[in-house]
Ligand binder design. Structure first.
Ligand code: GLN
Length: 540
């Protein structure tokens, strides 16, 4: 350990979904822009070992890290704000903690002791929290505790924070995030739920140092005074977190509230460095004053649930900000698409993205959308299942392999153009067994994909079991659909594109996991650029 690493614990109260992840990422951003090195971790109190086995309806998108961890979507925010890589160590669930403790017990590591929540489970939590410190790489570790104070499931995590505060002393602080409800009929912001929530935390032995108050209207001095008095925090540490049109403005708002100064001061750090957010602010100005606008259709089956496609949505925001273009992203349910309404539904769009996914629901709609984009020369990006369905469409309608399918959907098809990967055939356990994380992809020169990346070799993240079936490669290529990205060690097809089309690319990997606000992903930038060209052509 080389650094005197400081810990910031972020807890939540009153209601869930207040945006603790965005606040954690924003604080990280402010401290990072002063020159500190930061990492952020998320502790999730549910019993699944990781969110990889969770349906998106339960917990939104499953985010995948470079090292192949299937994680909570908040890790996506951390990476997008800070332009860092998180890892297996950055997301810990109750399931993971218990699994480890029980495995140790079975091995006999506890030498006859009774294994209990305190100290064994709390020790394991503390060990997981401090694991990131051992690398010596970080000035600050921000630890976000999922759930809401008062939940039965969060108790061991709060207890671990209580113990750690004692062990770490001045090296730690606690930020508690709550909601101030606004009662429109009397025009008042109410502080009572926050008071109760802080009391709850205090009963568990944890006194917050900073309060982050989510609110729909500005909070005045008298509210700040009242909260400070009742919650036992300094008045300058009562921070307003007002609803805002884009999450990327939150760091700026937090800076206006002097949150970074309060944090440094509480740690006794006299930093002379100033936050440098000039690039960030320039991109926000692009969002506020776009020069162009494009309409993009996202074809998926979770359209009522925007969190299921979080990273894709954010990637469009990044590309749009970079290109000073407002991307109007419409969600279209693949289940509602039919041959009859296809043109009506899709003709207004300047680009079409077919989303990743699993299972049969809505697949024929995805195939129709790919066909429409191919035939009408609409810029198209298919991601993972989206690429697989573009391949199936091409096989059926161009190669006339009428029953072509993915073996995931029809195990008995005579033309499995998408097939189970060889090393997946023996796998029956579901958790953590897909092809996960970053793999190299060699890019064929003289391709559209190469024009996007301008690189021969890239590393992109994966989460799938099926792949393009190389037995069909020759016939696809001779008819104009080319493999333009190849895994150099296993010869897996990672990207396909159409020759005779302005922009039609399918990728087996997930580019959306690597797009960042200050460094948008080249595939999304190129897709939005192609959409702009398509729009300008129509106008001309
Ligand atoms: N279900 C497909 C597979 O497992 C695609 C997965 C995805 O879109 N992430 O290969």
């Amino acid at each position: 350990m080389t650094k005197d690493t400081k810990y910031i614990f972020v807890t939540g109260g009153v209601v869930s979904s207040l945006g603790k992840g965005i606040i954690s990422a924003s604080i990280g951003k402010l401290l990072q822009s002063r020159g500190f090195s930061i990492t952020i971790q998320k502790l999730d109190p549910y019993i699944n070992v990781d969110p990889g086995t969770l349906n998106p309806y339960e917990h939104g998108e499953c985010y995948v890290t470079e090292d192949g961890a299937e994680t909570d979507l908040d890790l996506g925010h951390y990476e997008r704000f800070l332009n860092i890589y998180t890892s297996q160590a950055n997301n810990v669930t109750t399931g993971k903690i218990y699994l480890n403790v029980i495995e140790k017990e079975r091995r006999g590591d506890y030498l006859g002791e009774t294994v209990q929540v305190i100290p064994h489970i709390t020790d394991e939590i503390k060990y997981r929290i401090r694991l990131l410190e051992f690398s010596g790489d970080y000035d600050f570790i921000i630890t976000e505790i999922g759930g809401t104070v008062g939940d039965i499931e969060s108790l061991p995590f709060i207890e671990a924070v209580r113990q750690l505060r004692l062990e770490l002393g001045k090296r730690s602080l606690v930020m508690h995030m709550t909601l101030l409800p606004y009662l429109a009929n009397i025009g008042e912001l109410k502080t009572k739920p926050t008071q109760h929530s802080v009391k709850n935390l205090q009963e568990l032995g944890v006194q917050p140092d900073i309060l982050i108050c989510r609110t729909s209207v500005p909070i005045n001095d008298s509210i700040r005074q009242k909260l400070a008095l009742f919650c036992n925090v300094e008045q300058r540490a009562v921070i307003e977190n007002i609803d805002i049109d884009t999450i990327y403005k939150v760091p700026i708002k937090m800076q206006e509230e002097k949150l970074d100064e309060v944090i440094l001061d509480k740690f006794g750090i006299s930093s002379t460095s100033q936050t440098n957010l000039s690039k960030w602010i320039e991109l926000i100005n692009h969002i506020d004053n776009p020069k162009n606008e494009v309409d993009v259709a996202l074809i998926g089956k979770y359209i009522e649930l925007k969190d299921a496609y979080k990273s894709i949505i954010e990637s469009f925001i990044h590309a749009g900000a970079y290109l000073e273009t407002k991307v109007n992203l419409d969600f279209i349910s693949s289940e509602n698409i039919t041959e009859g309404n296809l043109d009506n539904l899709l003709n207004k769009y300047n680009a079409i993205l077919v989303a990743p996914g699993f299972g049969e629901r809505g697949l024929e709609g995805k195939i129709l959308a790919a066909k429409y984009a191919r035939e009408n020369k609409i810029p198209f990006l298919g991601i993972c299942l989206g690429m697989q369905m573009a391949v199936v469409e091409f096989a059926r309608n161009v190669l006339h392999l009428k029953d072509a399918n993915s073996r995931e959907i029809n195990p008995r098809t005579l033309n499995p153009v998408i097939d189970l990967m060889e090393n997946q055939k023996k796998i029956s356990v579901k958790g953590g067994t897909m092809r996960l994380g970053a793999y190299p992809c060699k890019i064929v020169k003289n391709s559209k994909l190469y024009e996007c990346y301008k690189q021969d070799l890239v590393y992109e993240r994966h989460r799938h079991r099926y792949e393009f079936n190389n037995k069909y490669l020759e016939i696809f290529e001779s008819h104009g659909m080319k493999a333009v990205g190849i895994n150099p060690t296993e010869q897996l097809v990672e990207a396909m594109e159409l020759e005779d089309h302005p922009f039609f690319i399918g990728v087996q990997f997930h580019p959306e996991y690597k797009s960042r606000f200050e460094s948008p992903h080249p595939l999304f930038v190129s897709l939005v650029r192609a959409a702009l060209e398509k729009k300008n052509n129509i106008i001309q």
